[in-house]
Design a protein around this ligand. Structure first.
Ligand code: AR6
Length: 166
């Protein structure tokens, strides 16, 4: 069975155990997919995140999903692209790895990732997709608790990039 899927659509509509957010280090509602998730989840989400306080780049934090179909949200803080010489690739890889590790610890078996860092944070889309797919393949090979990882992409260009890799 194929445990990795590519879906073109809105991540806030996905019925999975957890959706992943492309958040910022302050865990304050922003734009892009983060803004869409906050609007769909409702104001209780920000209250929970304020209690957590923040999250370092390359790491993630778990919250409830509130009004979303998904019961959990994993908030990953991706790197801002500064040209590639500031550890951006390792930090992006770390986002995917830490999200899967967090999922495993909390019994989350199905999850949906957006293309972290490739919008407002400016990470090149092709390289980001290569990192995302390689890390997820690697982790699933050593872990059969996670049943499905869905890459939910918002535009046809990104969908094409992922479909060529999965
Ligand atoms: N569903 C799936 N993907 C989406 C959706 C959606 N509803 N909306 C946008 N995308 P971005 P970043 C795609 O900018 O680059 C925020 O202000 C989008 O097309 O959301 O990690 C945060 O608070 C792109 O491919 O995240 C941070 O400050 C991808 O999601 C900062 O932006 C990621 O784009 C994070 O920037």
């Amino acid at each position: 069975m194929d445990r990795i899927r590519v879906v073109e659509g809105d991540i806030t509509r996905q019925t999975v155990d957890a959706i992943v957010n492309a958040a910022n280090a302050a865990l304050k509602a922003g734009g892009g997919v983060d803004g869409a998730i906050h609007r769909a989840a409702g104001p209780d989400l920000q209250r929970e995140l304020d209690g957590i306080g923040g999250c370092p780049t390359g790491d993630c934090r778990l919250s409830r999903g509130y009004n979303l179909p998904a019961p959990h949200i994993i908030h990953c803080v991706g790197p801002v692209w500064h040209g590639g010489g500031s550890d951006e690739e390792r930090l992006l890889e770390s986002c995917y790895r830490s999200a899967l590790a967090l999922a495993r610890r909390h019994g989350i078996r199905t999850l949906a990732f957006p293309a972290i860092s490739t919008g407002i944070y400016g990470f090149p889309k092709q390289r980001a997709a290569e990192i995302a797919v390689a890390v997820v393949r690697d982790e699933l090979a050593i872990d059969d608790a996670i049943e499905e990882v869905r890459f939910v992409v918002f535009d046809a260009e990104t969908a094409g990039i992922y479909r060529a890799l999965v």
